[in-house]
Design a binder for this molecule. Sequence first.
Ligand code: ATR
Length: 279
Amino acid sequence: MSENRRFAVYGNPIKHSRSPFIHSAFGKQCGIALEYRAVRIELADFSRATTAFFASGGAGLNITVPFKEEAFALVDESTPRARRARAVNTLWTDSAGRLRGENTDGVGLVRDMVANMGWQLRGKSVLVMGAGGAVRGFLDPLLLEQPARVHIVNRTVEKAERLCDEFSGGRYLSFSGYQDLPAEPFDLVVNGSSAGFSEDELQLDGVALSEKCCCYDMMYGPEPTPFMRWAAKNLAWAVSDGLGMLVEQAAEAFYVWHGVRPNSQPVIQQLRGVLAAAA
Ligand code: ATR
């Protein structure tokens, strides 16, 4: 780790990023002095801005929408997890000056479900909604937990099929459109689609939830999301938004940069308070 403790998140838009809050809180908690800024990058300027950041002694970057795939293409070396996701959200340079990339999104999501929520994924039947970048990053960490089966449902069925082909690795993955959902009950339903669904738009009428079904929305906000409301109405056993995932992916990035694992729980609580106050 260089002496320079300058960090930032690059994205567009970036105004609502909570990353500066989270990393400052982790830094205080761990006694690590750092500066962390949220920077809006013009669409054509990502590569130049990233190179300039590290050339000027910046220590680490988080990358958010819409630059994660571009960041993956830019790095000299990425981790196996990032290669499977084909996207990078955490950048740093190694002692040889090579630009390195990691993807902490999926592992942050699984950690939130398993460590924070206490949900068991092993042997469970999982429904994943969406087949875009967020789901691609989630599948490897999910499969490492050894669920019994994973069904991917997506508006564009071919994209779900492609993910199944790519990630199956001998495990039981299936796919369909929303009209052809399997009838068997699911133990976990994860909304990884970027649709700002209204409750009416959720096409999950055919979905059966098992008695102890957990429902997780990768989105979050001051109010329960439409998917969370749908889950509650359908008697899900437990329901969560994606705020914990946001903090956990940041905790993983913090670990990559500083070699210290912060305690996420108090920061999740603080952030809940901030969101409620802003509502
Ligand atoms: P992200 O990086 O957030 O995953 P993405 O790669 O653009 O974003 O993927 C968005 C996902 O949300 C896709 O699975 C997309 O479905 P399509 O592949 O059919 O486009 C899904 N999505 C977006 N809007 C949707 C809508 N109105 N109804 C259903 N799914 C939607």
